[in-house]
Design a protein around this ligand. Structure first.
Ligand SMILES: C[S@@+](CC[C@H](N)C(=O)[O-])C[C@H]1O[C@@H](n2cnc3c(N)ncnc32)[C@H](O)[C@@H]1O
Length: 402
């Protein structure tokens, strides 16, 4: 038993050191919390080595179709969100989506003068979170069973709301229950992708502006705020994914024919680097692009490039489509060059249109954090918006490249 505890402490220190080395933990307060909280207390049955890896999710719960509805998140994602939140001692914090571990980390940071509430829609997860918090000695955390679409009014107002489930929108309750200068950290889904965004609010201004955003993904929100994406199959293994509010339509038979043609490749002469930033630029700066997705089988049969496995923005024009690829090129700073592959009768033209977009990003925005993201709730003036924006149920999300 003592050996187990010693092992856990050693593994925990190694986890924190790795997260620091990767630049994901940047403050002493987050490092101290992650060193203090026994993560294994929240993941019964999981091997210690796995518990303290930085990119592993734990104790998944699956629905009837085998999809994950809950996990204890990977520690690298938790580190990113905690750093984004800039939680300080004495704050009142709401965590949306429970597991217990992250709530315990927040409780460590806010200390005895602060308070933490965590809410989950699933009674099993609430029970498990409570048990873990008891085991680890964080019984002061309020654990609530509810649909977080409506927040948790009884412990509001919150200085920070940390959302640990994939949200498609920012419901009014979250803003009503946030202090006037509070911050919401939320994995927001838009244009077929998710970004972990830290939104700040200024007193007397209903508009939320993002202080930073990072790559990351979460299980989707259930309950009143659930949102489905559109999936348009081209073949059983290849499809286009669109936001639920997208009006785009496609000539599927023509695209299916295009998939069977020999594609044309062209190269941009710009480095392949920060693909998540390029992806965001392509999706929020110009014509609306769907995300092209493929099953492993389509990659194995060379129907599509392997970049499509995790999804990539595609420029679709009639029966032609193009998407970005990469190749090794030692002359590029990153050692790789971005290119384009295009299928269909207009492959050359559509490929060159996408190359121009890639070069525009490389020429003007080749850095982290170049996008300016803002969310205007419906209580603000949402008329007259220019630039890329998408209308959600409770507000408008806008992305500008300045
Ligand atoms: C990734 S897990 C949370 C992980 C947790 N924060 C931790 O400590 O690692 C996401 C959770 O959100 C919950 N959830 C989904 N929709 C919800 C909703 N509408 N309200 C509250 N919880 C929800 C799921 O049941 C799931 O347990």
């Amino acid at each position: 038993m003592t050996l187990q505890v010693d092992d856990a402490i050693t593994l925990r220190r190694a986890m924190v050191a790795t997260l620091r080395d990767e630049g994901l933990i940047t403050t002493d307060s987050v490092a101290a919390a992650m060193n203090a909280v026994p993560r294994h207390d929240f993941a019964p049955g999981e091997p210690l080595e796995k518990v303290y890896q930085t990119s592993t999710t734990l104790v998944p719960k699956l629905d009837a179709r085998g999809r994950q509805t809950s996990v204890v998140s990977a520690s690298h994602i938790q580190a990113i969100q905690l750093e984004q939140a800039e939680v300080r001692p004495g704050m009142n914090v709401l965590e949306i989506g429970s597991g217990g571990y992250n709530a315990a980390l927040i409780a460590e940071i806010v200390g005895p003068t602060g308070s933490v509430t965590t809410v989950d829609i699933d009674a099993d997860i609430v029970d498990r979170a409570r048990a873990g918090l008891r085991r680890a000695g964080y019984e002061q955390v309020n654990v609530v069973l509810a649909d977080a679409e409506h927040g948790v009014a009884q412990h509001a107002p919150y200085d920070r709301i940390i959302v640990t489930v994939g949200a498609w929108d920012i419901p009014p309750a979250w803003l009503d229950q946030l202090t006037p200068d509070g911050r919401i950290v939320v994995p927001l889904r838009f244009a077929g992708i998710t970004r972990l965004i830290a939104f700040d609010r200024a007193p007397d201004d209903p508009v939320l502006t993002a202080s930073n955003y990072r790559l990351g993904s979460f299980v989707p929100m259930q309950g009143d705020g659930a949102a489905d994406e559109q999936l348009i199959p081209i073949t059983p293994d290849v499809g286009l994914r669109l936001d639920q509010n997208s009006p785009l339509t496609f000539d599927v038979p023509a695209l299916r024919r295009a998939l069977n043609t020999t594609p044309a490749e062209s190269w941009s002469g710009t480095p392949f680097d920060m693909p998540d930033e390029l992806e965001l630029f392509l999706l929020t700066n110009g014509p609306e692009l769907p995300m092209l997705h493929a099953a492993q089988a389509a990659v194995d049969q060379s129907v599509v490039n392997r970049t499509v496995r995790i999804g990539t923005p595609a420029l679709v024009r009639g029966g032609t489509f193009a998407y970005r690829i990469k190749r090794e090129n030692p002359q590029m700073v990153s050692g790789f060059e971005t290119g384009v592959i295009a299928h269909g009768p207009e492959a050359e033209q559509v490929g060159s249109e996408l190359l121009d977009m890639i070069r525009a990003w490389a020429g003007g925005y080749y850095r982290r954090g170049a996008a300016h993201i803002a969310y205007r709730p419906n209580t603000a003036d949402t008329s007259g918006l220019t630039g890329w924006h998408t209308t959600k149920r409770h507000g408008v999300l806008a992305v500008a490249w300045l």
